[in-house]
Design a protein around this ligand. Structure first.
Ligand SMILES: CC(C)(COP(=O)(O)OP(=O)(O)OC[C@H]1O[C@@H](n2cnc3c(N)ncnc32)[C@H](O)[C@@H]1OP(=O)(O)O)[C@@H](O)C(=O)NCCC(=O)NCCS
Length: 155
């Protein structure tokens, strides 16, 4: 919960939140953190905090979220970063690490990212994470691209 101030740096930014229903205030941010805490407890993973390795400064969030897509349980790699750090490859680095953790540690066969077709930066991150557009669906009362990558490891 003490990370709420850091997360508000993203959630109160209308540019960072342009593909979400709205910005979030402190109460909503604490609700978001509680959702993640529940996810850690129920699934052993969720969105994690991303810090700069050199300084420990808060940079954003990335990790593995349980989603339902057309009745199927899927694991999504999600990412949101502070605008001042965009364009430095941080989301890509964190997304690749999340995929490797999902395949190597959790032995998952596939992971996805759910992306608004207008969110070009997010689509680029998904592509650099080895994902390809699989289908377009309706979720959260809007059109969403399902980007997916399958594990090639024998397990
Ligand atoms: C999406 C997001 C996480 C990307 O973070 P980031 O650290 O800037 O990502 P990276 O630097 O690793 O990669 C971004 C890529 O998008 C490209 N990009 C960014 N804006 C672009 C645009 N308008 N048009 C084309 N490419 C664009 C960058 O050039 C880069 O690709 P490249 O390496 O091929 O040049 C960040 O923009 C963000 O936090 N957005 C708000 C939250 C959000 O929308 N999250 C995704 C929800 S699905």
């Amino acid at each position: 919960m003490e990370d709420a101030d850091s997360l508000l740096g993203i959630f109160s930014d209308p540019v960072a939140m342009q593909f979400y229903p709205s910005t979030k205030d402190r109460t909503e941010t604490e609700g978001w953190i509680q959702w993640k805490l529940n996810s850690y407890q129920q699934h052993g993973h969720g969105l994690w905090l991303a810090e700069l390795t050199k300084t420990g400064e808060f940079a954003g969030q990335c990790g593995l979220i349980v989603q339902e897509v057309e009745g199927q349980r899927e694991i999504e790699i999600g990412y949101l970063f502070l605008r001042k750090f965009w364009g430095q490859g941080l989301a890509t680095e964190a997304a690749i690490a999340s995929r490797e953790y999902a395949f190597l540690n959790l032995k998952l066969r596939r992971v996805i990212s759910l992306i608004d077709p207008a969110n070009i930066a997010s689509i680029r991150v998904a592509e650099k994470n080895g994902m390809r557009l699989e289908k377009i669906i309706e979720k959260w009362e809007k059109i969403v691209g399902v980007y997916a990558v399958e594990s090639t490891m024998d397990i």
